[in-house]
Structures are given as C-alpha cells and as structure tokens.
Design a protein around this ligand. Structure first.
Ligand code: G6P
Length: 779
C-alpha cells in the first residue's frame, strides 16, 4: 500500500508531463507537415506549369481566350488540383475553371501564396494556393523545363509589363507574360496530418506506459530491497545479508540503525503514555469501581501543620515522602484524613469536631486531628515506631529498641485511631487507607468494628527478612494486625516476598504464593506491590517556575557560592538511613582524587530536622556536622566551602529551586522503601539536564535505571559516580534525564492509587457476589 502510494506520487507527474508534451507537440507537428506539403505542392505546381508554360504563353495571345480555357480545363483533370486560373502580367484574371472561388482575385491569391501558411479556407475544405509565372521564352534561349524562374516566388510588377520594356526584355531574354493560380485540394494533407497525429498520440501513450511499467517494477524491487535491508539492519543482521552493503559501510549502517532508533525513541517519548493517570481519572475510577464510597486516610504525619510563628499562625508542609504521595490522591478523592495533630497551633485551626478543611484556601478534603499526650507520643511514635520498627525494617545498622511501655502506648494509640475511623465512617463499608508502620495493629482493629470496610494498608518502608523481623518481641501481633487488611501493599515484590515468608514462619496461615494471598482466621488478604510515586507537575505549574538560570543565580547569591561551579544537591530528612555520612565521605574522596575540582565542586545538603529528641538521631546529626566541618577545613579557602549543610526545614518551592539549580542530585539511602526525592529532582528538570546519582538500596533504583546507580557503602564507587556526573556531556545528561522523566511521568502517584483502588473495587465486588451466593444457598 505504501509503495503504491509512493509510485502514484511519481506516476501522476509523469502522466501530466506526457499530456503536456502531447499538447505542445501536436500543433508543432501540424505546422511542420503543412510546411512539408506546401513545399511539395509548390514544386508539383512548378513542374506542371513548366510543362504547360509555352502552350499557356501562346494561349494568352489568343484574344478570345478559347485555347486558354481548353488548356486550363484539361489541366484541372488532375485529381489533386481543385481549380486553376490564369492572370495576365498586370494581375487581371483572364480565365478560371468552374471551381475557382468567385471573389478570389489574382493579387489576393499571390498574397496568400506568399504567406507561411498558404491555405485558403473554403466551404468544402481548405485549398493550397500557389501562383506560378508564365514566361515567354526568348527566341535564342530555349525554355528551361526545370529550374526556370517560374519556380521562384511570383510578383505582380506593373513595370515588368510595360510595352516598351517588353520589347527590350524580349531582346534580353525570357519575360513574364502571365501567371497561373493553382488551387490544390488539401483534404489529403489533413487526412495525413490526422493520421500522423494519431500515430504520435499512440506513440506517446505507449512510451508513457512503458516508462510507468519500468518505474513501477524498479520501485517495487528497490523498495522491497530497502525494506528488507532496513529490517535486517534493525535486527542487527546488517552485514551478513547479501542485500546489504559491504563491510566498509558498517559504520554508516550502524549510524543509520542508531538514528532510526533515536527517532523511534523520540517519537515514543513525545507520545507519552497512552493514557496518563491524572487526579480527574482517579476520581472517575472511584465513582465507577467504588461507587463513590467514602475514603478515609489514616497516617501519623498530617499533611498540613499549623505552627505558631513570630508573626502569627503559619501553615507548614512536612518533609515526608508519605505526605508527598498521599496528599494529591486525597485532593482528588476528597474524604477525610485522620492524623496526629502535632503542630503548636493545630488546636486553634480545627472546629469543635477537631476537623479543618485543607488545603488552606482550596479545602478539597477534611483533616481530622487526633491529640496525643506527650507520654503517648513518646511511647507510640518515638519509642515503638521510631526506635523499634524503623531501625528493625531498615536494617541500617542501628539497633532496634523494644520496650514494653512503648508497645503498650503503641496499642493504645492504634486503638484510638481505630475508634476515630469508626466515628468518621458514614457507612458500614468505607474504604480506609492505612499508612505505614505507625499503624500495624490498626487494620485488624478497624475490621473488628467495621467488618464490611475495605482496608488498604500501605507499608512505606522496607520489610526485612523473617530472621530480622523475628527480633521484634511482638512480631506475631504485628502480623495479625496487618492481616486485618483487605490489601496490604509494599513498594517492591521483594518486600512482599519477605512479608509472606515472615507470615509463613510465624503464623498458622494459608499462603497462596501464585495469587499473592494469605488466608488467616478465615479472612483473606491480597499482598501486592504498588511502587509509589509523586504527582507529575501540571504544565501551568511548570510555566510558573523561575527559569533554571534564575534558580541557579539565586542559590549562588544566597549561599555565596562561586559562579563557575559544579553544584551537587541532597535533600533529605536528617535521618541515619539516608546515607548522608556516606555521601559526605564520597565528596571528600572526590576532592582528594580530583583536586582540580577544589574551589569549583560544591555539595549542598538540605537536612530537615526530624525525630531530634531520639539519642540515635541527635548523635547522628552531630556526627554529620563534624564530618562536614572536617571537609570544609581540609579543602575550604576564603570564599569557598565545599560542603553547605542546611539543617533547616525547606518548603517545597525552596526545594524545587535547589533541584533546578543543581548539576547533580544525590540520593544515597542505605535502605529506603522507595525514596521520592529522586523523583522530585527529575520532575523539577524540565530543561532535561542534571544527573541523578542514586543508591541501589532505594526502591526507586528498580525503576530509575538511567541514574548513576551506586553502592553508598562503597566510598570509591560513589566518588567516581560524582566525578562522572560532574563531567557528563549535556547530550548524555539529556538522554538519561528524558528517559527518567518519562518513567516518573507515566508511573505517577495517581497510577499508584488507581491500581490499589481498582484492586479494592474487584475485591469488594467478589465479596458481594460471595455474600449473595451464600444467601441464595441458605434460602
Ligand atoms: C518516612 C515514613 C513516613 C514519615 C516520614 C517522615 O517517609 O515512611 O511515615 O512520615 O518518614 O517522618 P516523620 O517521623 O517526621 O513523620
């Protein structure tokens, strides 16, 4: 089909050209044939007149004209001669045969005969007009039968006929005594001309057909050859196929193959995902799959924190991957978010039901705050969650601490949140999204009070192997609590497997590995991986961002950095799992290995304060500060500090500015469920520049393979990766960044939520069908 279209593209102009050629050639052909035949008829007429010349000359002397008429009537017997007339030397018509046109004078005949086209149109068709002189032969000069002056063009010259001159002329030689006008029938010429035209048209048509045939065959053959060749190149068989170029063209073939692939990739990227997940699409899914049922989110960290500032109450966004991911989902789904009210002005912002509509000014959903006593917070949050479960699950070489009192606080607080869920539920089967390790007991507690609820639990941190998890004295209770979920989600399949194995070792449960389900105490839970992500920024949001150059200049000015620098940036909570020490060691090693970067390589670490009342965190933060100071003392100089440690909270806009200003984004977690900072870095770089250095121990490393993946425990490897990033050509940066961006854009947080909610929708449908079947069975 494609070849046919291509060939038509060639054949149509060919047809037009041939028709044009015929259009020009045919009138030209007419003119040429007319000229040939005219010359032919003139010669023929001259011969005839020569033959009759003497007889006519004599007949002209006959005053009665009888001889002349006899002669002319006999001459006109010639089938091609239409009429003939005789004129005297003065141009008077003496005699004409009967077909000679009435109004045609001798003078007009002569003027027609002297034209390029000596044709005269008559009613019965055109005639050729020829005028020939009749000479009186001189007595001493015999008339020349061939080549006498009669063959030259005739003229009526009054002087040539003067009697006085006649005598003199007679004495000198032959003189014109009259002229014969011959009208030849031209119908045979027209017929021949028509025949010739027909032959020519036929010839052009055949020629066109032959050219077209040759073209189509050649095009078919070469197209097939090219397609076969190109396919072979794409398959990488290039140089073995006999259809393909010889080995010396190998570089060209490679170049062609690469260019074709580049084009294809570019096209795919431009196309983007077939149907991107957006808030709107998620809302629709909620309406269709879950009949618009109420959605309740439970997390420890709240999405908006009201703080008492020097100038009144301010609203702060916490540094939490969980909040970054779940907040856009909640904005799309509405509903209620239950969380610990931890801000100093939180109580002032809520109504009498402890609710406040958020986001401020937009109010898409309700935030329901739960108040904890300092003891509860200490035992449940700092104690069991962050000194026990957090280090237990991250395996970051910090010993987990499990205290009986913390465990008791943890149970109590989980129960309080379960009661809050029941209080907020408007139906007996709400969809409850339980978030993270703070609420391992909550799913079973909710199920105890709302058996019809759909409980989707998402564990945002890693799940260790069974041996490690077995350290927890209450590991069975935790597993039983989680198995109250309808669906239990982790970031990776690896964490799902660890969880199933842990259950297998600890509980009497039926595990269906094939379906990824666990049946425990007659209740089934789906254990599935749902890699979490961020909200991909809207084009209008991106358009409102300051340019990369502006961001860079602002950061340089604010931190007093050198203008010509390579800027590496890390943005994390000040947590020992984030590998901040390891990356500082790598920066130090880089400056040792490549001293040319001293004065030009700057590493800015944003370290948001977190859990600072815990010893482990405090000593870690002090350790980091000491190492940063050491590096600055070692490599710093007036006006240059290689490490800038910013241990303050940064709002999302400030973080975005840093990401846009940076040459390198550094994420070196020692263990991380997913890590959303690397996805935010990529989303900030609409200029398609910047290099991501990413730990292989972050869940994100599985998706973001175009980053420079490092083992953060390996200082040398990480330093080399930083160096490689610092010297990476812009084209390579672009290639990697474009790919990373398309991954994060496609696998965004709405897709994460949609997959879970769609699974929940199917689960609910199945449960309803089973209940109906049971009713029918018992009825
Ligand atoms: C991790 C946890 C979240 C937590 C966040 C911030 O991402 O998975 O649940 O909210 O860290 O920690 P914080 O203790 O300040 O809430």
């Amino acid at each position: 089909m494609k070849t046919l279209r291509l060939q038509l593209r060639f054949l149509l102009p060919l047809a037009v050209a041939l028709v044009g050629a015929a259009y020009i050639a045919l009138p030209l052909l007419d003119q040429v044939t007319l000229r040939w035949f005219s010359r032919d008829l003139n010669s023929r007429g001259a011969l005839m007149v020569n033959a009759m010349s003497d007889a006519v000359a004599e007949a002209l002397l006959d005053p009665r004209g009888e001889r002349l008429s006899t002669l002319l009537d006999r001459a006109v017997q010639d089938e091609r001669l239409f009429a003939i007339a005789a004129c005297d030397a003065q141009g008077r018509l003496l005699h004409a045969t009967h077909a000679f046109p009435d109004g045609l004078s001798c003078a007009r005949s002569l003027s027609i005969a002297n034209r390029q086209d000596p044709r005269l149109k008559l009613a019965g068709g055109a005639v050729h007009v020829g005028v020939h002189n009749i000479m009186r032969p001189a007595p001493d000069l015999p008339a020349e039968p061939w080549g006498n002056p009669a063959s030259g063009p005739a003229t009526f010259d009054a002087a040539s006929a003067a009697p006085a001159q006649d005598a003199a002329a007679a004495a000198q030689g032959p003189a014109i005594v009259g002229r014969l006008v011959l009208l030849h029938d031209m119908s045979f010429i027209e017929k021949r001309s028509q025949d010739t035209r027909r032959y020519l048209v036929g010839f052009i048509a055949i020629l066109g057909f032959v050219i077209a045939l040759i073209t189509v065959s050649v095009a078919q053959l070469s197209w097939r050859g090219w397609v076969k060749g190109a396919r072979a190149i794409m398959r990488g068989e290039g140089l073995v196929s006999p259809l393909l170029p010889p080995p010396e063209l190998a570089p060209f073939v490679d170049e062609l193959r690469n260019s074709l692939r580049d084009l294809e990739d570019e096209y795919r990227r431009m196309q983007g995902p077939a149907l991107e997940w957006t808030g709107e699409r998620l809302r629709n899914l909620l309406q269709t799959q879950l009949r618009g049922d109420q959605v309740i989110v439970v997390s420890n960290r709240e999405p908006y924190i009201h703080e008492q500032g020097p100038e009144g109450i301010v609203v702060r966004r916490p540094a939490s991957g969980l909040v970054t991911a779940v907040e856009p989902v909640m904005r799309a789904c509405s509903g209620t978010w239950i969380a610990h009210g931890s801000g100093s002005a939180d109580r002032e912002a809520v109504d009498r039901h402890d609710r406040v509509a958020v986001p401020p000014g937009v109010e898409d959903y309700q935030l329901r705050r739960i108040w904890l006593t300092p003891e509860e917070e200490q035992g449940y949050y700092y104690g069991f969650a962050n000194e026990g479960l957090w280090p237990l699950c991250h395996v970051a070489h910090v010993r987990p601490v499990f205290r009986e009192s913390d465990w008791e606080a943890y149970q109590r607080v989980n129960q309080r949140f379960a009661d809050a869920v029941v209080a907020e539920a408007r139906s007996e089967d709400p969809v409850v999204l339980v978030q993270d390790y703070h609420f391992a007991l909550l799913p079973a507690m909710i199920r105890a009070q709302l058996p019809q609820a759909t409980v989707l639990t998402f564990w945002h941190i890693p799940w260790p192997n069974p041996e490690s998890f077995g350290i927890c004295p209450w590991h069975k209770e935790i597993l039983q609590g989680l198995l109250g979920s309808t669906i239990l989600g982790f970031h990776t399949r690896f964490h799902c497997r660890n969880f199933m194995e842990t259950v297998d070792r600890s509980l009497e449960a039926r595990i269906e590995a094939e379906y990824s389900t666990i049946r425990f105490q007659d209740k089934e839970t789906l254990v599935e991986s749902y890699p979490i992500s961020i909200e991909w920024p809207e084009p209008a949001t991106v358009a409102a961002w300051p340019s990369v150059a502006q961001c860079r200049q602002q950061v340089i000015d604010r931190l007093g950095l050198p203008q010509d620098l390579c800027l590496a940036v890390g943005v994390d909570r000040f947590d020992y799992t984030k590998g901040i020490l390891e990356r500082l060691n790598a920066v130090e090693r880089l400056l040792e290995k490549a001293p040319e970067w001293i004065g030009r390589f700057v590493f800015v670490q944003v370290a948001a304060p977190t859990r600072a009342s815990l010893d482990e965190y405090r000593s870690f933060q002090e350790h980091v500060e000491r190492v940063a100071e050491r590096i600055n003392t070692r490599f710093g100089r007036p006006g240059y500090r290689p490490v800038h440690l910013l241990a303050q909270h940064h709002e999302p806009d400030a973080v975005n500015e840093l990401f846009r200003a940076a040459d390198i984004g550094v994420v070196t977690s020692l263990h991380d469920g997913m890590n959303l900072v690397c996805k935010e870095f990529v989303a900030a770089r609409d200029d398609q520049q910047g290099v991501l250095v990413l730990s292989r121990f972050a869940g994100a490393a599985r998706e973001m393979t175009e980053a420079l993946i490092v083992n953060p425990y390996h200082v040398e490897e990480t330093a080399d990766a930083l160096l490689r990033a610092a010297t990476m050509p812009p084209a390579e940066q672009r290639e990697r960044m474009v790919s990373l961006r398309s991954t994060v854009r496609e696998f965004n947080v709405f897709r994460w939520a949609a997959r879970m909610l769609a699974d929940a929708g199917r689960w609910r449908l199945r449960a309803r069908v089973e209940a109906r079947v049971r009713r029918l069975g018992s009825g």
